[in-house]
Design a protein around this ligand. Sequence first.
Ligand SMILES: [Zn+2]
Length: 729
Amino acid sequence: MPAKTLAAAVLAATLGTMTMNATAAPSVPPDSRLSADNPFARESTLPYKWPPLDKIQNSHYVPALEAGMAEQRAEVAAIASNNAEPTFENTIVALERSGQLLNRAATIFFALSSSNTNPDIEKAQTEMAPKLSAHSDSIYLDPALFARVKRLYEQRQSLKLDPESLRLLERYHTNFVRAGANLSEAQKKELRALNEKISSITTEFRQLVLKGDNAAAIVIDDRAELDGLSDAQIATAAEAAKSRGLEGKWVLTLLNTTGQPALAQLKNRSVRERLYKASIGRGWGGEFATTKAIAEIVKLRADRAKLLGYPNHAAYVLEDETALTADAVNSMLHQLAPAAVANAKREAADMQKLIDEQAKANGTPSFKLEAWDWDFYAEQVRAKKFAYDEAQVRPYFEMNRVLVDGVLFAAQELYGLKFKERKDLPVYQEDVRVFEVFDHDGAQLGMFLFDPYARSNKRGGAWMNSFVEQSRLFGNKPVVTNTLNIPKPPAGQPTLLTWDEVITAFHEFGHALHGLFSDVQYPQFAGTSVPRDFVEYPSQYNEMWATEPRVLANYAKHHQTGAAMPKELMDKVLAAQKFNQGYATTEYLAAAILDQSYHQLAPGKTPSAGEIAAFEADALKAAQIDFGPVPPRYRSTYFLHIFSNPIGYSAGYYAYIWSEVLARDTEHWFKTHGGLKRENGDLLRAKVLSKGFSADALTIFRDFYGKAPEIGPLLEARGLTGGAEATAN
Ligand SMILES: [Zn+2]
């Protein structure tokens, strides 16, 4: 459940809302308000409509976005005021064709704001965000426009539409209704006020959390207390102290998660305890308390759900996800919880044994494993069980080989794809590589941009993006990107990856394939435009090929000698993947359950600020996931995913593991159907990877898998099976 997935989904969601109708096609002349020398003014004439990245300057974005919104407003006004009877063509397809300039500009603007930003882009982002959001509202809450959509929707069965067109009409209707188009003018006013309040309190929540994180850093007076940290980490702590005017001391700063990396290394148990308690204590009182904001957010969301006709906020959110209902999400989370906790208890027992043995050997009293001890002893158990170190494996994972002989090789074996590197197209940074992708019959399929290295102007994590989305409506072939954050070696040295980075490369290419194989009529349904709890399915599935023996043998070769990776070493790497999964799954599920607990409350039932602590404890207890040594990954008071954004991941934090269920089922299907072969790859492509969102996501999955998703393969993959004997712990 990497941060990369979150970032990609957030970006997709932002773009999806903002440019809801936006597409890219040549039918509308360049907007006259935009200077003709602005590179966004007209569609690119480069192959695959590749963006003219060599011509785009910071000063081009704001005018292009402004002109793009004006153009779309005019297009939408023309649709809404059309005197002709509404038809699918003059209303729905016309909406789908609107906003092309806005889409061209916004796509590159948001892509580069993540992968190659600068202060001008950041400034433009702050300036444009509220304008783009108001632009979207002005379309969704336009009564004349909605009246046309609604009339078509009501006649939909008699319009003789093909299935994808019928679905497009239904989706437009759904999007309008969910945005409040069916409400009376008075209710719309109330909705706008609620949205505004939620937006301002969620912003306040974020600011309080960031300040609270800062304030909760712990001060260390004696260097000896930092025993276990590296010299570099200690120097960083000294710097942090200096910057706070505490010269001569050390400051340990906090990450936003409950767990803190230093807990794995700090030998001094009472310092671990201090650090941990500072972490879980954030936001409960004092200047940066967030409990009041939480109470308000949860209440306002419940009120808004009621206004829109839903029993609670989760019902509103989940209706539009693959999961569909809160019951489905609860059932999945509650099936997983006991298995995860049982496994965490097994892991705890291993560590307790180690603690007791060490105490006996040292002649000191033993103690009971606490949450602040977990990482410290987990590291020791890990070192004992799977003795290998990254320095041994990295020489076998040279980046170019991993990409070409691993990631792209697997796609060649499964789908018959061919890749040809191109050097003739403009890129935004010199390390970026471009590959043209050809189908099994030699036909042009799309373009793949690979941006591997970490830079100070790139945000953290890894993600996939689209520069051009596939659609038959505009004859567009996909242009997709993968962005990673691999440290760049000194000039002349090879780039050697860690095992995690290898997996990330396969993961992101799974998203890329979802974009490249897209074969839909309408841009609205292209590639990865699927619900949040489905979008991580193709990517998590694609990770399986990293360990497939034939793929592995093809790429895992020593970068100097070309020797194959020794089997014993690879076996250790693979076995270590299941280590500590009880902890990882439990802390994740606890947070996902908290999220659902808050957002499944009806209006009038939400807790007050003073009741948040008890509410949290009760929710974890009721779900039987309240195992002391494994706290939630985020406690309520610093749970940014669900409280820091108007929608964000509220009622949606479960999405990562929901997608993973589908991915592991698919992995299981491949393993029982002969694995790596064209026939299997082609079937997945035809039934899933080419579909985008042109059909309901669960239908897409069932059509491939032959039945509803099952949880068994995920339990197996995470090593969570065999819970029964452990419940005795
Ligand atoms: Zn992902």
